[in-house]
Design a protein around this ligand. Sequence first.
Ligand code: 2DT
Length: 210
Amino acid sequence: MSTRGAFIVVEGLDRAGKTTQVSALQTRLENEGILCKLLKFPDRTTAIGQMIDSYLRSQSELDDRAIHLLFSANRWELASTIEKLLAAGTTVICDRYAFSGVAFSAAKGLTFEWCRSPDVSLPAPDLTLFLDITPEAARSRGGYGEERYEKEEMQRKVREVFRRISSELDEASWVTIDAGRDLDTVADEIWSVSRPFTKGLSIPIQRLWM
Ligand code: 2DT
Protein backbone atom coordinates (compact mmCIF):
# COMPACT_ATOMS: atom_id res chain seq x y z
CA MET A 1 0.00 0.00 0.00
CA SER A 2 1.27 3.48 -0.80
CA THR A 3 1.58 5.91 2.07
CA ARG A 4 -1.26 8.10 3.21
CA GLY A 5 -1.47 11.24 5.31
CA ALA A 6 -1.70 11.09 9.11
CA PHE A 7 -4.83 12.04 11.01
CA ILE A 8 -3.84 14.16 14.01
CA VAL A 9 -6.46 15.36 16.48
CA VAL A 10 -5.89 18.06 19.08
CA GLU A 11 -8.24 17.90 22.06
CA GLY A 12 -8.12 20.05 25.11
CA LEU A 13 -9.76 21.91 27.91
CA ASP A 14 -10.87 25.49 27.61
CA ARG A 15 -8.03 28.02 27.95
CA ALA A 16 -5.44 25.33 27.16
CA GLY A 17 -4.36 27.26 24.05
CA LYS A 18 -5.75 24.71 21.62
CA THR A 19 -6.51 27.08 18.76
CA THR A 20 -3.06 28.71 19.00
CA GLN A 21 -1.31 25.34 19.13
CA VAL A 22 -3.27 23.90 16.21
CA SER A 23 -2.28 26.81 14.01
CA ALA A 24 1.36 26.63 15.21
CA LEU A 25 1.41 22.95 14.21
CA GLN A 26 -0.08 23.80 10.82
CA THR A 27 2.62 26.43 10.26
CA ARG A 28 5.40 23.98 11.15
CA LEU A 29 4.00 21.36 8.78
CA GLU A 30 3.76 23.90 5.97
CA ASN A 31 7.31 25.10 6.63
CA GLU A 32 8.47 21.50 6.20
CA GLY A 33 6.60 21.33 2.89
CA ILE A 34 4.08 18.81 4.24
CA LEU A 35 0.65 19.02 2.66
CA CYS A 36 -1.88 19.59 5.43
CA LYS A 37 -5.49 20.52 5.99
CA LEU A 38 -6.89 21.99 9.18
CA LEU A 39 -10.42 21.01 10.22
CA LYS A 40 -12.39 22.00 13.28
CA PHE A 41 -15.30 20.38 15.11
CA PRO A 42 -17.94 21.50 15.54
CA ASP A 43 -17.86 22.72 11.94
CA ARG A 44 -20.33 25.56 12.45
CA THR A 45 -20.64 26.31 8.70
CA THR A 46 -22.90 23.37 7.76
CA ALA A 47 -26.67 23.25 8.36
CA ILE A 48 -26.10 20.87 11.30
CA GLY A 49 -23.23 23.07 12.50
CA GLN A 50 -25.52 26.08 12.60
CA MET A 51 -27.91 24.24 14.94
CA ILE A 52 -24.95 23.35 17.16
CA ASP A 53 -23.73 26.95 17.11
CA SER A 54 -27.12 28.25 18.16
CA TYR A 55 -27.22 25.71 21.02
CA LEU A 56 -23.71 26.58 22.23
CA ARG A 57 -24.56 30.27 22.24
CA SER A 58 -27.70 29.45 24.30
CA GLN A 59 -29.98 30.75 21.56
CA SER A 60 -31.78 27.41 21.45
CA GLU A 61 -32.42 24.51 23.81
CA LEU A 62 -32.04 20.85 22.85
CA ASP A 63 -32.29 17.55 24.68
CA ASP A 64 -28.81 16.36 25.78
CA ARG A 65 -29.08 13.31 23.53
CA ALA A 66 -30.28 15.29 20.54
CA ILE A 67 -27.33 17.71 20.68
CA HIS A 68 -24.94 14.80 21.19
CA LEU A 69 -26.22 13.17 18.01
CA LEU A 70 -25.92 16.47 16.10
CA PHE A 71 -22.25 16.77 17.11
CA SER A 72 -21.72 13.21 15.87
CA ALA A 73 -23.64 13.85 12.63
CA ASN A 74 -21.44 16.91 12.11
CA ARG A 75 -18.42 14.57 12.10
CA TRP A 76 -20.10 12.02 9.86
CA GLU A 77 -20.89 14.67 7.26
CA LEU A 78 -17.13 15.28 6.94
CA ALA A 79 -15.93 11.67 7.35
CA SER A 80 -15.59 10.95 3.63
CA THR A 81 -13.74 14.25 3.12
CA ILE A 82 -11.27 13.24 5.85
CA GLU A 83 -10.76 9.84 4.25
CA LYS A 84 -10.18 11.34 0.80
CA LEU A 85 -7.65 13.85 2.13
CA LEU A 86 -5.72 11.14 3.99
CA ALA A 87 -5.75 8.84 0.96
CA ALA A 88 -4.41 11.68 -1.17
CA GLY A 89 -1.44 11.99 1.20
CA THR A 90 -2.59 15.10 3.07
CA THR A 91 -1.98 15.30 6.80
CA VAL A 92 -5.28 16.22 8.47
CA ILE A 93 -5.12 18.20 11.71
CA CYS A 94 -8.38 18.40 13.55
CA ASP A 95 -9.27 20.83 16.32
CA ARG A 96 -11.53 18.64 18.54
CA TYR A 97 -13.14 15.36 17.47
CA ALA A 98 -15.17 12.51 18.93
CA PHE A 99 -13.32 12.56 22.27
CA SER A 100 -14.81 15.99 22.97
CA GLY A 101 -18.16 14.49 22.03
CA VAL A 102 -17.86 11.85 24.75
CA ALA A 103 -16.18 14.13 27.29
CA PHE A 104 -18.78 16.90 27.22
CA SER A 105 -21.89 14.69 27.00
CA ALA A 106 -20.68 12.22 29.65
CA ALA A 107 -19.86 15.21 31.87
CA LYS A 108 -23.56 16.13 31.61
CA GLY A 109 -24.52 12.67 32.88
CA LEU A 110 -25.05 10.53 29.77
CA THR A 111 -23.37 7.14 29.96
CA PHE A 112 -19.94 6.69 28.47
CA GLU A 113 -21.02 3.76 26.30
CA TRP A 114 -24.06 5.57 24.93
CA CYS A 115 -21.92 8.59 24.12
CA ARG A 116 -19.43 6.54 22.14
CA SER A 117 -21.92 4.63 20.02
CA PRO A 118 -22.87 7.15 17.30
CA ASP A 119 -19.17 7.73 16.51
CA VAL A 120 -18.25 4.03 16.20
CA SER A 121 -16.41 3.42 12.89
CA LEU A 122 -15.61 7.06 12.12
CA PRO A 123 -12.03 7.44 10.82
CA ALA A 124 -9.84 7.11 13.93
CA PRO A 125 -7.00 9.54 14.58
CA ASP A 126 -3.48 8.13 14.30
CA LEU A 127 -2.45 10.52 17.06
CA THR A 128 -4.47 12.51 19.58
CA LEU A 129 -2.78 15.29 21.53
CA PHE A 130 -4.68 16.16 24.68
CA LEU A 131 -3.84 19.63 25.96
CA ASP A 132 -4.39 19.34 29.68
CA ILE A 133 -4.66 22.30 32.03
CA THR A 134 -5.78 22.49 35.65
CA PRO A 135 -8.87 24.57 36.46
CA GLU A 136 -6.56 26.79 38.56
CA ALA A 137 -4.22 27.49 35.63
CA ALA A 138 -7.20 28.13 33.36
CA ARG A 139 -8.49 30.63 35.89
CA SER A 140 -5.13 32.40 35.98
CA ARG A 141 -5.34 32.79 32.20
CA GLY A 142 -8.38 34.98 32.58
CA GLY A 143 -11.14 32.43 33.08
CA TYR A 144 -13.66 31.11 30.64
CA GLY A 145 -15.72 32.62 27.85
CA GLU A 146 -19.43 33.07 27.39
CA GLU A 147 -20.51 29.84 25.74
CA ARG A 148 -22.65 27.13 27.33
CA TYR A 149 -19.90 24.81 28.62
CA GLU A 150 -17.40 27.48 29.62
CA LYS A 151 -17.90 27.13 33.38
CA GLU A 152 -15.40 25.84 35.91
CA GLU A 153 -17.58 23.05 37.30
CA MET A 154 -18.29 21.72 33.80
CA GLN A 155 -14.62 21.91 32.81
CA ARG A 156 -13.66 19.89 35.90
CA LYS A 157 -16.09 17.13 34.93
CA VAL A 158 -14.94 17.21 31.30
CA ARG A 159 -11.35 16.81 32.46
CA GLU A 160 -12.30 13.69 34.45
CA VAL A 161 -13.91 12.08 31.39
CA PHE A 162 -10.90 12.93 29.20
CA ARG A 163 -8.74 11.15 31.78
CA ARG A 164 -10.94 8.08 31.58
CA ILE A 165 -10.73 8.11 27.78
CA SER A 166 -6.97 8.48 28.05
CA SER A 167 -6.66 5.49 30.40
CA GLU A 168 -8.50 3.29 27.90
CA LEU A 169 -6.44 4.18 24.83
CA ASP A 170 -2.95 3.03 24.03
CA GLU A 171 -0.09 5.38 24.78
CA ALA A 172 1.13 5.58 21.21
CA SER A 173 -2.05 7.13 19.89
CA TRP A 174 -3.01 9.38 22.86
CA VAL A 175 -0.48 11.81 24.28
CA THR A 176 -1.30 14.12 27.17
CA ILE A 177 0.52 17.44 26.96
CA ASP A 178 0.88 19.73 29.96
CA ALA A 179 -0.56 22.88 28.43
CA GLY A 180 -0.06 24.94 31.58
CA ARG A 181 3.47 25.82 30.39
CA ASP A 182 4.44 28.66 28.06
CA LEU A 183 3.22 28.52 24.47
CA ASP A 184 6.60 27.85 22.84
CA THR A 185 7.45 24.95 25.15
CA VAL A 186 4.07 23.38 24.46
CA ALA A 187 4.45 23.97 20.69
CA ASP A 188 7.89 22.31 20.71
CA GLU A 189 6.56 19.24 22.50
CA ILE A 190 3.59 18.99 20.13
CA TRP A 191 5.95 19.17 17.18
CA SER A 192 8.33 16.53 18.49
CA VAL A 193 5.45 14.11 19.12
CA SER A 194 3.74 14.85 15.77
CA ARG A 195 6.76 14.87 13.52
CA PRO A 196 7.20 11.07 13.13
CA PHE A 197 3.57 10.88 11.94
CA THR A 198 4.06 13.40 9.17
CA LYS A 199 6.32 11.26 7.04
CA GLY A 200 3.32 9.32 5.73
CA LEU A 201 1.77 6.13 7.08
CA SER A 202 1.46 2.77 5.36
CA ILE A 203 -1.21 1.27 7.65
CA PRO A 204 -4.89 1.55 6.63
CA ILE A 205 -7.06 4.25 8.18
CA GLN A 206 -8.23 2.92 11.55
CA ARG A 207 -11.85 2.98 12.75
CA LEU A 208 -12.96 4.59 15.98
CA TRP A 209 -13.81 2.36 18.93
CA MET A 210 -13.84 -0.91 17.02
P1 2DT B 1 -15.07 25.12 20.50
O1 2DT B 1 -15.06 26.12 21.61
O2 2DT B 1 -13.77 24.43 20.31
O3 2DT B 1 -15.66 25.67 19.21
O4 2DT B 1 -16.05 23.94 20.96
N1 2DT B 1 -18.28 19.90 21.98
C1 2DT B 1 -17.49 19.76 20.89
C2 2DT B 1 -19.19 18.92 22.36
O5 2DT B 1 -19.91 19.06 23.34
N2 2DT B 1 -19.28 17.79 21.59
C3 2DT B 1 -18.50 17.59 20.48
O6 2DT B 1 -18.63 16.55 19.81
C4 2DT B 1 -17.56 18.63 20.11
C5 2DT B 1 -16.70 18.46 18.90
C6 2DT B 1 -16.85 21.47 23.30
C7 2DT B 1 -17.36 24.20 21.23
C8 2DT B 1 -17.87 23.39 22.38
O7 2DT B 1 -18.50 22.21 21.90
C9 2DT B 1 -18.20 21.12 22.77
C10 2DT B 1 -16.86 22.95 23.41
